[in-house]
Design a protein around this ligand. Structure first.
Ligand code: HSE
Length: 371
């Protein structure tokens, strides 16, 4: 059986996906029982040179040609951002095509609407590549850990900020230079605000927490602070005290069912399992009531790592299509939960108060906390 794929977007992840499908075509065919063939690619810049081997005759600037092609079974949305990606995905689903995406912002903000549309259309919709790049997280939560009550997930979910913090920790690198380096390596978002101010991490936490706790999570309901305020001094003092600074995503469900969600820089003891996750690597530590702690680690950004997840989703959809089971995951029932208010979080904080070294400033730090 031949499964035809239409790709929307030929950037870092689009090129990675084309390359992995080309290089591992025989392996993928053997494992899925289908030949996965890219038959159309639409991109805003069809004439741009690409770093991968791709049949130029497949590439055009025409999204409609992909959405309207009755021979395309699966659309891979690899554009990113909310619009027009949301419109394209909904139209592909309405046309009876299964959809695979790596678009975290889209899933975090409109995942519920899209899952309902897929269920109505009786097709598959998968998004493993949207969180943690190549690290399997969505499938383990939905399948391997399904028998657990997940009580906590804690992770480093943004490659760019982890790269920046690592370089700052390892030796005086300048924030802007490291950010530029991360952008040139294809890790950072076009708008660095999404990474540096923690928005990208809130999208990913919203997706994971939504699956882990079985409740729709809006990224806006997540308390958020990025890494702009972290300076060389903070990193140095943290080291002296035996800690490292990481941008942490935390989701926790208390006994009473209340859920706490936050993204912010945190001091991790140097021996903590997440403290040695460096560079562009991501990691998630989950706790399930049956399994205990489970940890996932790998490349959370970049073309081929993310393509690894996209291709896995394409293979799963192809398998479903082959045995007439498309749409099997649809119509999940989701409960409403109570979200803990930011003011109700109980946690330890480290506060650094810069004070000029003068006698009259003695005790100034105490005055900062006077009510
Ligand atoms: N900008 C993101 C990161 C890309 O740095 O992790 C992967 O989502």
């Amino acid at each position: 059986m031949q499964i035809n794929i239409g790709i929307l977007g030929l950037g870092t992840v689009g090129c990675g996906t084309v390359e992995v499908l080309r290089r591992n075509a025989a392996l993928v065919a053997k494992r899925s029982g289908c030949e996965l063939r890219v038959t159309r690619i639409a991109t805003r810049t069809p004439h741009k040179p690409r770093p991968v081997e791709v049949d130029r005759s497949l590439i055009s600037g025409d999204v409609e040609a992909v959405l309207r092609d009755p021979d395309i079974h699966i659309v891979a949305e690899l554009i990113g951002g909310v619009e027009p990606a949301r419109d394209y995905v909904l139209r592909a689903l309405a046309a009876g095509k299964s959809v695979v995406t790596a678009n975290k912002e889209l899933i975090a903000k409109h995942g519920g609407e899209i899952e309902e549309a897929a269920a109505r259309a009786g097709v598959d919709f998968r998004f493993e590549g949207s969180v943690g790049g190549g690290i399997p997280l969505v499938a383990p939560l939905r399948e391997s850990l399904i028998g657990n009550r997940v009580t906590q997930l804690m992770g480093i979910l943004n490659g760019t900020t982890n790269y920046i913090l690592t370089k700052m920790t390892q030796g005086g690198a300048d924030f802007d230079d490291v950010l530029r380096e991360a952008q040139s390596l294809g890790y950072a978002e076009a708008d660095p605000t999404a990474d540096v101010d923690g928005f990208d991490t809130t999208y990913k936490l919203a997706i994971l927490a939504g699956i882990a706790f079985g409740a729709p999570v809006s990224p806006d309901s997540i308390a958020r602070e990025g890494i702009r305020g972290v300076g060389a001094r903070d990193i140095e003092y943290a080291r002296e005290m035996g800690f490292v600074i990481k941008l942490i995503a935390l989701g926790r469900q208390a006994e009473d069912g209340e859920i706490e969600l936050r993204v912010h820089p945190a001091l991790l003891p140097q021996g903590h399992p997440l403290a040695s996750v460096n560079d562009v690597f991501n990691s998630v530590l989950m706790h399930g009531d049956a399994v205990g702690d489970v940890m996932f680690y790998g490349r959370g950004a970049g073309g081929e790592p993310t393509a690894s997840a996209v291709v896995a989703d394409l293979v799963e959809v192809a398998r479903d299509l082959r045995c007439g089971a498309a749409g099997r995951g649809g119509g999940r029932r989701r409960a409403e939960f109570a979200w803990k208010d930011l003011a109700a979080f109980v946690t330890r904080l480290c506060v650094r108060v810069p004070v000029a070294d003068r006698p009259r400033n003695a005790g100034a730090h105490r005055r900062c906390f006077r009510r």
